[in-house]
Design a protein around this ligand. Structure first.
Ligand code: MG
Length: 254
């Protein structure tokens, strides 16, 4: 009897510890680019996120006219429109640090070498329409599988259709929706695994964060750069914070 009680107490202690250590994780937004003065979405900024020992690094993926997936935030790379240009066209420009626009393949291969860093793949909505967005989605999921990067990759997108497509193509994939207009219960019903909403959404819908947690969805807020916002979300025990200021968030978590 005594032994049983001890076993139960030990199990409770372990559970308590894991609860305490379930700390909010930091995701660098477009790599650790701001304080390092590196180009956002460059391989250098991805490596800088690893140097800071962050949990993950977010990056943006577009599809060129000739079906090459590339990593960049805006619809254009220094003035060259991505959706209507070929990959070769994009090579006319480089980042200020000399890097060319990374292909998704190059980016993931670089990320796989940074052991332990999660790669948060944002599938961008293609300006030419849903069909192109879904083509980009299929190609991205296929490439992640081909490179055996499933375990380090989590997906995010503003397009709900893209999110559902990723889930359909890889039911085990972690997929969070970005646009902030769908309640947690619907996200759960559609098989997605998390919400990744603008920080204002959690103020507008003050119950959503805890509702999502109760449904075992992951919770993430973007783009959280102010100390007061970080503290408020840390108090609510949000799972992830996506930020341009990972150094600041690191000091708050210490
Ligand atoms: Mg993004």
């Amino acid at each position: 009897m005594k032994k049983k009680v001890l076993v139960i107490l030990a199990a409770m202690a372990v559970m308590g510890i894991s609860e305490l250590t379930a700390q909010t994780k930091i995701i660098a937004h477009r790599g650790a680019f701001k304080n390092t003065k590196l180009p956002e979405n460059s391989i250098a900024s991805l490596k800088a996120a690893k140097d800071l020992n962050l949990w993950g690094s977010e990056y943006d993926v577009h599809l060129t006219k000739d079906n090459v997936l590339v990593v960049n935030h805006d619809n254009d790379f220094y003035g060259i429109d991505i959706a209507t240009s070929t990959y070769q066209d994009l090579l006319a420009k480089t980042h200020p640090n000399g890097e060319k626009i990374p292909t998704l393949e190059e980016f993931i291969k670089a990320g796989l070498k940074l052991k332990g860093l999660k790669l948060i793949l944002e599938l961008k909505t293609n300006k030419l329409g849903l069909e192109r967005t879904l083509e980009a989605t299929e190609k991205a999921v296929a490439l992640v599988k081909e490179l055996k990067a499933e375990k380090v990759t989590e997906y995010i997108a503003f397009s709900y259709d893209a999110c559902k497509k990723i889930h359909e193509l890889d039911p085990k994939a972690k997929v969070s929706y970005l646009n902030g207009d769908i309640a947690p219960d619907q996200i759960k019903k559609d098989g997605l695994t998390g919400i990744d909403y603008h920080l204002s959404v959690f103020t507008k819908h003050p119950t959503w964060l805890q509702e999502a947690k109760a449904l075992k969805l992951t919770t993430n807020a973007w783009t959280v750069n102010a100390e007061s916002d970080m503290k408020s979300l840390l108090d609510q025990k949000i799972d992830y914070i996506t930020t341009n200021e990972p150094e600041l968030l690191k000091t708050l978590l210490k």
